[in-house]
Each structure stands twice: as structure tokens, then as C-alpha cells.
Design a protein around this ligand. Structure first.
Ligand SMILES: [Zn+2]
Length: 142
């Protein structure tokens, strides 16, 4: 019974686009909206959920794979910064203790030109810091 359904489903998905990062994000957005709807009981949220669901299924069953692929690529480009910040945040949360231990006795400075984080030992007085990524030099007290 279940196998039949699985066979039918995989036959039906032949030549169709399926799931990508954008679709995964859309389905998470749907879940969040459904939870919000339970709290706020808003018609607008319901409508929004419906629109996202239709969009999600449209993309999943689409036969225009090149167009869907392009959409996903644009989505990934547009969200690159957010995603990398999110990864940093996740990393910082999971490695909180290690990072705190490593940074004991150090100052963390940000390069004023490129934003690169630089770790300087404490208690060295006035020093010139050279950014390892853009080679910009600046004065700091450590
Ligand atoms: Zn720099």
C-alpha cells in the first residue's frame, strides 16, 4: 500500500522540479504562519499561508526546471548575507565556551577598513595593528 503510493509519487515527480532551498524555506514559512495563525487568528495570515502553499506546490510540481533553478539561485544570492550571519550565530552559540576560553587575555578589534576581526594580546600598551586581510594599519591600546 505504502510502496504503491511511493511508486506512484516517484512516477509523478519524473520531469518535475521537486524540493530546493527556496521550497524548504517556503514550507518552514508556512509552518510558522500556521502557528502564528493559531495565536492571532487573523484572516490575513490565513491568506498569506494559502498563497505561500500554492507557490510552494507550483514550484515543486513545475516542469520548467530551468526557471525554478534560476529562482532558487536568485533566492540563495539574495539571502547569502543573512544565511552566513545565521551560521556565525549558530557557531557562536554552540562554541560559546571554547570561544570565551580562547579569547581570554585577548582584545578583539575590528579592522576599520574591511571589518575583519583581529585578536590582539592584552597588556601590550600602544601598538600598531596590521589587518591580515587588507593590510590596513591602525593604532590601538591593548
Ligand atoms: Zn582590513
Amino acid at each position: 500500500m505504502f510502496n504503491n503510493f511511493r511508486n506512484w509519487f516517484s512516477r509523478m515527480m519524473i520531469g518535475r522540479y521537486g524540493v530546493d532551498q527556496l521550497n524548504r524555506t517556503l514550507s518552514i514559512a508556512c509552518l510558522v504562519l500556521i502557528v502564528l495563525q493559531m495565536i492571532f487568528r487573523s484572516q490575513l495570515l490565513w491568506l498569506l499561508t494559502l498563497i505561500i502553499l500554492i507557490w510552494l506546490y507550483f514550484r515543486m510540481f513545475s516542469r520548467n526546471i530551468a526557471a525554478r533553478y534560476n529562482e532558487n539561485r536568485k533566492f540563495m544570492e539574495a539571502t547569502e548575507k543573512i544565511r552566513s550571519n545565521f551560521h556565525d550565530l549558530q557557531y557562536n552559540i554552540t562554541h560559546f565556551r571554547e570561544i570565551r576560553e580562547q579569547n581570554k587575555g585577548y582584545h578583539i578589534y575590528k579592522c576599520p577598513r574591511c571589518g575583519q576581526k583581529i585578536r590582539i594580546p592584552k597588556g601590550k600598551g600602544h601598538i600598531i595593528v596590521r589587518c591580515p586581510s587588507c593590510h590596513f594599519e591602525f593604532h590601538k591600546k591593548s
